[in-house]
Design a protein around this ligand. Structure first.
Ligand SMILES: Cc1cn([C@H]2C[C@H](O)[C@@H](COP(=O)(O)OP(=O)(O)O[C@H]3O[C@H](C)C(=O)[C@H](O)[C@H]3O)O2)c(=O)[nH]c1=O
Length: 310
């Protein structure tokens, strides 16, 4: 099976390319996609944007692609609050472009979505979509397009909705790497609101294993919810990271994220087990300790340094 992995130089995409044989990676290398993430893996790399019809079509033809797995997205909720527009371009228009090409070529599209499309409601895959942020609204829109292509054109497409991922190579704007890095630097970690919001964490290697299984054996038109099963409040999580690091985490309570979801709670669509949060966090902390040269150039980014709405 020849995989085209769009957004393959990002956090989850680059973990996925470590699981499949000689994939073709298409990535626009925006702020979070990095060529270093692909080091040591056999692959073909093409710099390009999923919104560019001619470019993507050429790649699909040239490499005789059987399945596109789409990780390409603007992913950070805080950035979407400051300016939603780039989220429409990548997360909606880009996905419709991929759908169009996959439909014309008669190939499978596996689209990676998120638990955030359900908002803070208990959900199974038939639950209504109630996105709270511009980010999750853009992901929900793309999911609707995928389902419309399945119904209208009998297309071979499916949607995977994982919960919060963590692990090596996650951009430092996200809570777990930010907590590790700020603590290493002796700086404060901003805690939004009361810090009692819950997130359900899944280690990235478990996620990509499940994505591979669905890409190879999943059913056309299905939605697969893949929660981690490790729900924990943000404060408990931050304290746990501090204990693993053997350092005091300096927490600074700041104004809450507007529209902040209190929790996510999905029923899994498959049966599986995932790594314990303690083991996953220990591996993650160790990776950031050993890979300072990877994250050091990234910490000047304003979303790592500032709270955008305070
Ligand atoms: C960056 C930051 C975050 N937070 C809070 C906000 C959330 O309650 C929690 C995790 O935030 P983060 O931005 O890391 O992730 P989510 O907003 O849950 O969204 C993430 O998980 C889903 C599934 C995706 O689909 C998103 O693409 C992905 O970014 O920590 C803080 O309290 N302080 C901070 O400095």
């Amino acid at each position: 099976m020849k995989f085209l992995v769009t957004g393959g130089a990002g956090f989850i995409g680059s973990a996925f390319i470590r699981k499949v044989e000689n994939p073709v990676v298409l990535d626009a290398l925006t702020y979070a996609g990095r060529k270093e993430n692909l080091e040591g893996v056999d692959h073909v790399f093409i710099k390009g944007n999923i919104s560019n019809y001619d470019e993507v079509k050429k790649v699909v033809d040239e490499y005789k692609v059987d399945v596109i797995v789409n990780f390409a997205a603007e992913t950070h909720v805080d950035r979407s609050i400051v300016d939603p527009r780039p989220f429409l371009e990548s997360n909606v228009f880009g996905v419709v472009n991929l759908l169009q090409i996959a439909r014309e070529k008669g190939i499978r599209l596996v689209h990676i979505s998120t638990d955030e499309v359900y908002g803070d409601n208990e959900a199974d895959e038939n639950s209504p979509l109630r996105p709270s942020s511009p980010y999750s609204a853009s992901k929900a829109s793309a999911d609707m397009f995928v389902l419309s292509y399945v119904r209208t054109y009998s297309m071979d497409a499916m949607i995977i909705r994982p919960s919060n991922n963590y692990g090596p190579r996650q951009f430092p704007e996200k809570l777990i790497p930010k907590t590790i890095i700020m603590t290493l630097l002796g700086k404060e970690v901003p805690v939004y609101g009361d810090g009692k919001q819950m997130r359900d964490w899944i280690f990235v290697e478990d996620t990509v294993e499940l994505i591979k299984k669905v890409a190879e054996t999943g059913e056309r038109g299905r939605i697969y919810n893949i929660p981690g099963g490790h729900g924990i409040t943000n404060i408990e999580l931050i304290d746990k990271i501090g204990r693993i690091m053997g350092k005091e985490v300096k927490k600074k309570f700041v104004k809450d994220r507007p529209g902040h979801d209190r929790f996510y709670k999905m029923k899994p669509s498959l049966s599986y087990t995932t790594m314990s949060i303690d083991e996953g966090l220990e591996r993650t902390v160790n990776w950031y300790l050993k890979n300072r040269t990877w994250w050091e150039p990234l910490i000047k980014d304003s979303f790592v340094n500032n709270v955008p709405w305070s």
